[in-house]
Structures are given as structure tokens and as C-alpha cells.
Design a protein. Structure first.
Length: 154
């Protein structure tokens, strides 16, 4: 009987540990910024630009756009203002946009990291499919002539 009592206690402790681990994991956001970009978690954000900030003081540093969606305003990191300008994309209050990216938490704040920003017929990729910033690679917009000489679509 003593051995059975020890097994029951041991099983009880094991269940308690598993329960504590599951609760701890559930309390941590699964899409913490430190977890990295995962294309399988990408979503589409559709809404109207309410404001554009070229150099945000809050992280991630760079250009941010506030997008009004049916569920509220979303803070979207869109790379750098210079990269958007080089790619002929301006974002102004009232513009309708579609943004593909992933939502993260950074500290206590939520941030949506844009990968592709579309306004009308203009779409600009600001991150690779793995989430790597394209503006860091010295990326700049290619003129129509440069695209033709490289065999790209115009």
C-alpha cells in the first residue's frame, strides 16, 4: 500500500507540474517579437491610414503608420520613410491600404510588422518572406530602365 501511495503522490506532482507549465506558456504571448518572423502566422490587415510617422520614437525604430480597422487602430511598422519614398509609395491619412505581415508584442505594446504594403495598384515589399528587412540591404527602387536591363517586369 505504501508503494501505491507513493505512485499516486508522484503522479499528482507530475500533473501539477504539467499544469503549471501549460498555464505559464499560455500567459506568454506566442508571437513575442523575440520569437522571430514566421510566414505561417501572416495575416492581412485592411483599413484606412489615420496617421503616418516617418521616424517613430517607439520601437521598432523607423516609419510607422496607424491603420484604422474594424477592430480598432493598429500600429504598423513599415520600414523606413526613405525606402517607401524610393519605391514611390506615400502613405497619408485617408488612404485605403492592405498590409500583409505579422502581429507581435514588444514589451507591453502590440505592433504589426508589415511585409507587403499595398495602396491602390502600388505594392511594396519591405521585408523578405522570412521577415528580413529589405531596406537594410541598401535596397532602392529600380527605375523602369534598370528593371528592363535586369529582365524585371515593369
Amino acid at each position: 500500500m505504501n508503494r501505491m501511495h507513493k505512485n499516486v503522490i508522484g503522479t499528482g506532482w507530475m500533473c501539477l507540474l504539467l499544469l503549471c507549465a501549460a498555464v505559464g506558456r499560455a500567459q506568454q504571448p506566442s508571437n513575442d517579437l523575440r520569437a522571430g518572423y514566421d510566414p505561417s502566422r501572416e495575416t492581412n490587415l485592411v483599413g484606412t491610414v489615420s496617421s503616418f510617422t516617418a521616424n517613430s520614437e517607439t520601437g521598432p525604430l523607423g516609419a510607422h503608420v496607424a491603420v484604422q480597422t474594424p477592430s480598432g487602430i493598429v500600429d504598423v511598422h513599415v520600414g523606413t520613410a526613405k525606402f517607401l519614398e524610393l519605391n514611390h509609395l506615400t502613405l497619408n491619412a485617408g488612404d485605403n491600404v492592405r498590409i500583409i505581415g505579422e502581429s507581435f508584442t514588444n514589451g507591453g505594446n502590440s505592433i504589426f510588422l508589415a511585409r507587403i504594403i499595398q495602396k491602390g495598384t502600388v505594392a511594396v515589399a519591405v521585408r523578405s518572406p522570412r521577415g528580413i528587412p529589405l531596406w537594410l540591404g541598401g535596397g532602392r527602387a529600380l527605375s523602369g530602365q534598370e528593371k528592363k536591363s535586369r529582365g524585371g517586369a515593369q
